[in-house]
Design a protein around this ligand. Structure first.
Ligand code: KIV
Length: 265
C-alpha cells in the first residue's frame, strides 16, 4: 500500500470506496495491519482497557499515548496514524494545541478528540496550526460517567438533529474526519451523506465511509463482554494475518457490518 494521506481518504470518499481502520498499540501489530492494507491505525485510548486492564479510558495519560504512538509509528508501513487525545488533555484550546503537538511529534498524523460543537474553537486553532483533526461524536467513552454508561446515542429525533448539527459545525471548524460511535444506522447514513469529510463508524451501521473496531474485539480476545457491533474475524480464519485481511476485505466490500451488528432508530 502506498502511503495513505488525508487526500487519499477524501478521494476514496468521493469515489464511493470504503476504507478500513483498526486500533493498534504496538509496533508488531502496526506492521501487520499496514501490510494488510488497513488505511488508518488508530492509537486509541481504548488501550486503557485492552492493554492496561482499566475499566474505562479515563485513567489514560498523555505520556502513555505518546509511548504507544511512538511504538506504532516504528512498525507502520504506510498507513495513516491517528492518535487519541486522552481524558482532559483538550479541555482548553491551549492545552489541546500543546498536547496535540506532542502526539504529532510522537508520530501521529492526525489527532482525535471527543465532543460536539463546543470543540469548534479548538478545532479551528489546531487546523490553523496545521494539525489534522478527527472529531468523535455519538458515544464518547471519556464521558461515560456523565452519559451514565456505554449506551446508544441519538435515538430520539431531538438528539439526532443535534448530532447532525454538531457534525456540520465540526466540519466547518476544520475537522478532517468524523468518527461516530454507537448511533442508529439511519442517522450515521444521514450525517455521512451531508458531510464532505470522510466518516468512520463503530456501531453506526454500514453507510459510513469507513469502519473501525478495537483490535482485541475483532480478534475475539477481549476479556470484556463484546458489544453487538463486534465481529470476531479470527474465528474461521487460519491465523491473525488472515483475520486482519478478512476484516479489511469485508469493510471494503461492504459485507461488514451486517444487519446483526447495527442499531436502528
Ligand atoms: O479508543 C478507541 O479505540 C476508540 C474507538 C472505540 C473508536 O476511540
Amino acid at each position: 500500500m502506498s502511503n495513505v494521506s488525508l487526500s487519499t481518504l477524501k478521494k476514496l470518499k468521493f469515489e464511493g470506496k470504503k476504507f478500513a481502520v483498526l486500533t493498534a498499540y504496538d509496533a508488531t501489530f502496526a506492521q501487520l495491519l499496514s501490510q494488510a492494507g488497513i488505511e488508518i491505525l488508530l492509537v486509541g485510548d481504548s488501550l486503557g482497557m485492552v492493554v492496561q486492564g482499566c475499566s474505562s479510558t479515563v485513567p489514560v495519560t498523555l505520556e502513555q499515548m505518546i509511548y504507544h504512538t511512538q511504538a506504532v509509528s516504528r512498525g507502520n508501513q504506510g498507513s495513516l496514524i491517528m492518535a487519541d487525545l486522552p481524558y482532559m488533555t483538550y479541555a482548553t484550546v491551549e492545552s489541546a494545541l500543546e498536547n496535540s503537538a506532542r502526539l504529532m511529534q510522537a508520530g501521529a498524523q492526525i489527532v482525535k478528540l471527543e465532543g460536539g460543537a463546543w470543540l469548534s474553537k479548538t478545532i479551528e486553532k489546531l487546523s490553523c496550526c496545521g494539525i489534522p483533526v478527527c472529531a468523535h461524536i455519538g458515544l464518547t467513552p471519556q464521558s461515560v460517567d456523565k452519559i451514565g454508561g456505554y449506551k446508544i446515542q441519538g435515538r430520539d429525533k431531538e438528539k439526532a438533529d443535534q448530532m447532525l448539527s454538531d457534525a456540520l459545525i465540526l466540519q466547518d471548524s476544520g475537522a478532517d474526519m468524523l468518527l461516530m460511535e454507537c448511533i442508529p444506522s439511519p442517522l450515521a447514513k444521514r450525517i455521512t451523506q451531508q458531510l464532505q469529510i470522510p466518516t468512520i463508524g463503530i456501531g453506526a451501521g454500514p453507510e459510513t465511509d469507513a469502519q473501525v473496531l478495537v483490535l482485541h474485539d475483532m480478534l475475539g480476545i477481549a476479556t470484556d463482554y463484546a458489544p453487538k457491533f463486534v465481529k470476531n474475524f479470527l474465528s474461521g480464519s487460519d491465523d491473525v494475518q488472515q483475520a486482519i485481511a478478512s476484516y479489511a476485505e469485508s469493510v471494503k466490500n461492504g459485507s461488514f457490518p451486517g444487519p446483526e451488528h447495527c442499531y436502528d432508530l
